[in-house]
Design a protein around this ligand. Sequence first.
Ligand code: ADP
Ligand code: MG
Length: 235
Amino acid sequence: EMTVIPDIRLRHLSKSFTEGQREHRVLNDVSADFLRGETIAVRGRSGSGKSTLLNLIGGIDTPDAGQVIVAGVDLTDLSERDRTLFRREHIGFVYQAFNLVPTLDVADNIRLVLELNGVPPREAQQRIEALLEAVGLADRAQSYPDVLSGGEQQRVAIARALCHEPAVVIADEPTGNLDDNTAEVVLALLDRLVRERGGTMLIATHSARVAAVCDREIEIHGGKLETPARVHESR
Ligand code: ADP
Ligand code: MG
């Protein structure tokens, strides 16, 4: 069933970083709406601002100007502490480098997020088991990240990203460290699990194959968001 509820609204977002003496405007007055349940590929050259955009939407970073409204909440109105709480409850992150806690086993990596969200222990255990089943790692609950393959680590990271049922999933080059076959499997899993849960997902990617599974793609080019068709016209 199609919905047309805007889930993420970006309004006149700008973000600059200073490199030495130079100021580099990574995002320049960017506005966009993403719908609930939509999956969006964010493309653009290395250094174009994909991670910067995702970090603003995920509440990890704040813009210099403009607003980021996620599920009706203007993140730019929140204190840092409230932004952290919002992020913890409503956003799921998947990174290229997996970012599992090396000193915790697979189950406890997921449990950590559930504990931070106040999920009672018994329910947490049920969710962990269901998610590990869903990502095909039911038998690895007691394994530590360093004995898992890259693809397995990313499947744990996907389970962790989804365990608290976030409204928005931010995936920053989630298949960037995986070989093609593994990338395909991990991507299909991420896409299916997010869609089953009705989540909105932004995936930063260089890969046309990744972009192909998304509902649409945007490209960051010269500090602006463009649809690829417009980018091509202007070249
Ligand atoms: P992408 O993810 O598309 O490769 P990024 O968003 O990581 O691009 O980076 C965009 C630009 O912003 C790059 O020039 C990068 O060097 C710069 N940048 C990103 N984060 C920071 C930071 N914390 N401090 C300084 N410069 C940064
Ligand atoms: Mg990046």
